[in-house]
Design a protein around this ligand. Structure first.
Ligand code: C2E
Ligand code: CA
Ligand code: CA
Length: 410
């Protein structure tokens, strides 16, 4: 592809800035430039194959959806293009943001200070290279499944639960598993949740989806229990599930039906969803479930904006530090600072802490040194089919007994 054919998307709430950047780019021969003055409009362009950009120039400070939140949505969409951050903030702020983007494994070409110098802009863009396998990945990842397809997938039970182990960092003991749904599509193969959960939420299918995932997960917990494995099984709950008391009844009834103790059932709710809209009803439902001794977990911690006071008011048992702040936290001051703050906040509030995205040995030993309670991530195990879980537990037990995973003090 010629550089001039590069599809560039500008996202900045300042329309003067948009005009200025467009002009600079046109002057340098770029032909395909789109501009959006807000995040949601830009996401629409990204979702559409015709307007999907190869490169995004993103302003960090925007009033509604800020740049960091925008990056989060790019991650959800498995955006394969590149990113340049643009901001009037000081160097330190830009560097911090750059590290966050790297942590999410998005290709970042660099950052630009406002006022933007045309030379710097062009030099950065010259660094753009097409990402490998770009076409293939994005055509699969971007496939949009409509409500009808998803509805029939739910009723035909094409949704399959995978289970990712959670283990105690000190002892290596397997304590539980998080249920992660996939769609075993008859022609497209295994489809990941980021390609259909949003549709399920938007199209009013999330209650059916969650109730299928939950009933499969609790039936599986019962099977493990009968084989002598008491595992705490977690499921992901969407905010829309918490809109009516039916959800509470569903959870309670399924627990009773399967003879499981509520303490061994964990409901994970993401921090950003909880802190958004009006969360009064959801909070009431969560609090009632907590009174019945179900475990509540706050997911993707660090990506929302909850304050200490808000956390204190909600009786969470567990806090999951988002993988963006766990992997490589040992190597990066900024990530480490967020990781440390989350850990100590949780401890002060008496919550157990799970680090997500533990991807290698260095991450694992970092958790040991810092006193994190539980680990989840590909270093321990990728998500597994239920049929593979018990044999994995044996293999992991062997790995732990070999002694290399536990520090001397443990
Ligand atoms: P999540 O709850 O934060 O789940 C963790 C995600 O990180 C999973 O992605 C998991 O496969 C991935 N992961 C685990 N270990 C590693 C690692 O070491 N490195 C990296 N890079 N990634 C790792 P998955 O399965 O694609 O799920 C994505 C999201 O979809 C979940 O994020 C969750 O928010 C949502 N989701 C999954 N199942 C359900 C469900 O049944 N209901 C709802 N409402 N949401 C679900
Ligand atoms: Ca989760
Ligand atoms: Ca998470």
């Amino acid at each position: 592809m010629e550089a001039a054919d590069l599809k560039i998307l500008l996202v900045d709430d300042d329309t003067f800035m948009l005009k200025l950047l467009t002009k600079m780019l046109v002057n340098h021969g770029f032909k395909s430039i789109e501009a959006c003055d807000n995040g949601p409009d830009a996401l629409k362009k990204i979702d559409h194959p015709q307007t999907r950009p190869d490169l995004i120039l993103l302003d960090l400070n925007m009033p509604d959806m800020d740049g960091i939140e925008f990056v989060r949505y790019l991650v959800e969409r498995r955006y394969q293009g590149s990113l340049v951050l643009v901001s009037g903030e000081d160097e330190r702020m830009l560097k911090t943001a750059e590290k966050l983007v790297h942590a999410h494994q998005i290709t970042m070409l660099g950052y630009l200070h406002k006022p933007v110098s045309p030379d710097k802009l062009v030099n950065l863009i010259k660094k753009w290279v097409p990402s490998e396998g770009n076409q293939q990945v994005s055509s699969v990842a971007k496939k949009n499944y409509d409500a009808a397809a998803l509805k029939s997938a739910i009723s035909n039970r094409e949704l399959v639960n995978y289970y990712q182990p959670k283990v105690a960092v000190k002892t290596g003991a397997v304590t539980g598993a998080e249920t992660l749904v996939r769609w075993q599509h008859p022609t497209d193969g295994l489809v990941f949740p980021d390609q259909f959960i949003k549709t399920a939420e938007q199209e009013g299918l999330i209650n059916d989806l969650t109730s299928l995932v939950l009933s499969q997960a609790l039936a599986q917990a019962r099977v493990w229990y009968e084989s002598g494995y008491v595992l705490r099984v977690a499921i992901n709950v969407s905010m829309d599930n918490l809109a009516s008391l039916n959800f509470q009844d569903l959870v309670v009834n399924l627990a009773i039906e399967n003879g499981l103790s509520p303490q061994n059932i964990v409901l994970e709710v993401t921090e950003s969803q909880l802190m958004s809209a009006d969360a009064r009803v959801p909070l009431e439902i969560l609090t009632r479930l907590r009174l019945k001794r179900f475990h509540l977990s706050i997911d993707d911690f660090g990506t929302g904006h909850s304050s200490m006071a808000q956390l204190r008011d909600i009786p969470f048992d567990e806090l999951k530090i988002d993988q963006g702040f766990v992997h490589r936290a040992w190597a990066d001051e900024t990530l480490r600072a967020i990781y440390d703050a989350s850990l100590s906040m949780a401890k002060q509030l008496g919550m157990e802490v799970v680090a997500e995205g533990v991807a290698d040995e260095k991450d694992w030993f970092f958790l040991q040194q810092t006193g994190c309670d539980y680990a989840q991530g590909n270093f321990v195990s990728k998500p597994l089919l239920a049929d593979d879980f018990v044999s994995w537990m044996h293999a992991w037990g062997d790995r732990v007994r070999q002694g290399k995973l536990l520090s001397d003090s443990a």
